[in-house]
Design a protein around this ligand. Structure first.
Ligand code: C2E
Ligand code: MG
Ligand code: MG
Ligand code: MG
Length: 289
C-alpha cells in the first residue's frame, strides 16, 4: 500500500489496460490542473501577413511537460479534460496566462495607438465544453477587464461544435464577447459540419481554414477552388481568413495569389516557447521564407 496506486498496475498488467490508463491520466490531470502554473506551459505559434511575413498574432497552444524529455501534446489530454470537465479550469488558466503574456508583448512593442499599426493579437482556443459553462463570459470579462491588453487584440477560437448549438444563449454570449472587443474565430473551418450560414448567424470575425484544405492546394484544382471560394466569400462578408498548416512556399504563394491575407504553419514557424516568442517580438520579427 505504501508503494502507492501506481504499483497496482503491475499486478494486473493486462486488465482493462485502456481504462486504467485513462483513469490514471484523469487523476494525473486533476493534480496538474490544481497547480496549473507549474504543471502546464503555453507555446505560441506566429500568425503572419502572407504578403510580407509580418507577425500579426500569436496562437496560444497548451503543452504538458512530463519530465525533462517528454512533453504531452494537447491532442492527448484535451479530449480527456473535456470529458471530465477539467477543461473548464484548465481553459481559464490558459486564458489568464495567455493574456498576461500578451500584455508583456504589447508592452515590449509600445502602444499601437497613434502609430498606425494594429496591436499584436492573441488567439486562444476555447473548447465547446468551456463555452457551455454558464459563467464562461463572466470569466472572460474578469480576465480581460483586469488586464492591460489593448481592446480588440484578443480572439477566441471556437470550433463548429459550439455553433451547431443554435441556442439563444450562444448568440447572447457571442454578442457580449463582441461588446468586450473580443474577436471570434471559427477554428478548423471545413472539417465537420461546416456551414457558411454560421457566418451569417453569428458575429464571426475570423475564419481559420483547416490544414487539410491547405495540404492539397498545390496538387488539386478542386482544393484550390474550394479555398479560393471560401476566401472570397469571407472577404465579401468582412470576415478575415487565416490559412492553417502552411508547410511550403508553393502553398504560401498560391494563398497569396488568391488573396488570402493571413496564415500560420511550420513554413513560418513552429509554436515557440515564451522566451522565443518574446525574442521575436523584441526583434520586430518578420518571418520571411
Ligand atoms: P488547433 O487550434 O487547430 O491548432 C493548430 C495545431 O496545428 C497545433 O497543434 C499546431 O502546432 C499545429 N500546426 C501548426 N502549423 C502546422 C503545420 O504547418 N503542420 C502541421 N502538421 N501542424 C501544424 P497542437 O499544438 O498539437 O494543438 C492541437 C489542438 O489541440 C489544437 O488545434 C486545439 O484544437 C487543441 N488545443 C491546443 N491548445 C489548446 C487550449 O489551450 N485549449 C483548448 N481547448 N484546445 C487546445
Ligand atoms: Mg486553434
Ligand atoms: Mg485549427
Ligand atoms: Mg485543430
Amino acid at each position: 500500500k505504501a508503494a502507492g496506486k501506481r504499483q497496482w498496475r503491475h499486478y494486473h498488467p493486462s486488465l482493462q489496460a485502456g481504462l486504467i490508463e485513462r483513469h490514471e491520466l484523469n487523476e494525473h490531470l486533476d493534480n496538474a490542473v490544481a497547480v496549473a502554473d507549474s504543471a502546464f506551459a503555453l507555446h505560441y505559434q506566429p500568425i503572419v501577413d502572407l504578403s510580407n511575413g509580418e507577425l500579426v498574432a500569436f496562437e496560444a497552444l497548451v503543452r504538458w511537460p512530463q519530465d525533462q524529455r517528454a512533453m504531452m501534446m494537447p491532442d492527448e489530454f484535451i479530449p480527456v479534460a473535456e470529458e471530465s470537465g477539467q477543461i473548464v479550469r484548465l481553459g481559464a488558466w490558459v486564458l489568464q496566462r495567455a493574456v498576461a503574456d500578451g500584455e508583456g508583448w504589447q508592452r515590449l512593442r509600445g502602444p499601437s495607438a497613434g502609430r498606425g499599426v494594429p496591436p499584436l493579437r492573441l488567439n486562444v482556443n476555447v473548447s465547446a465544453r468551456q463555452f457551455r459553462e454558464a459563467d464562461f463570459v463572466d470569466v472572460v470579462r474578469d480576465i480581460v477587464r483586469g488586464s492591460a491588453l489593448e481592446r480588440g487584440s484578443l480572439v477566441l477560437e471556437l470550433t463548429e461544435s459550439v455553433l451547431m448549438n443554435r441556442d439563444e444563449r450562444v448568440h447572447a454570449d457571442m454578442r457580449e464577447l463582441c461588446d468586450l472587443g473580443i474577436g471570434i474565430a471559427i477554428d478548423d473551418f471545413g472539417t465537420g459540419y461546416s456551414s457558411l450560414s454560421y457566418l451569417r448567424e453569428f458575429p464571426i470575425s475570423i475564419l481559420k481554414i483547416d490544414k487539410s484544405f491547405i495540404d492539397g492546394l498545390a496538387h488539386s484544382a478542386q482544393q484550390y477552388a474550394l479555398v479560393e471560394g471560401i476566401a472570397r466569400i469571407a472577404e465579401k462578408l468582412g470576415v478575415e481568413v487565416i490559412a492553417e498548416g502552411i508547410e511550403n512556399t508553393a502553398q504560401r504563394d498560391l494563398l497569396a495569389e488568391m488573396g488570402c491575407p493571413l496564415g500560420q504553419g511550420y513554413l513560418f514557424s513552429h509554436p515557440l516557447s515564451l522566451e522565443e516568442a518574446d525574442a521575436l517580438v523584441r526583434l520586430h520579427g518578420r518571418l520571411t521564407v
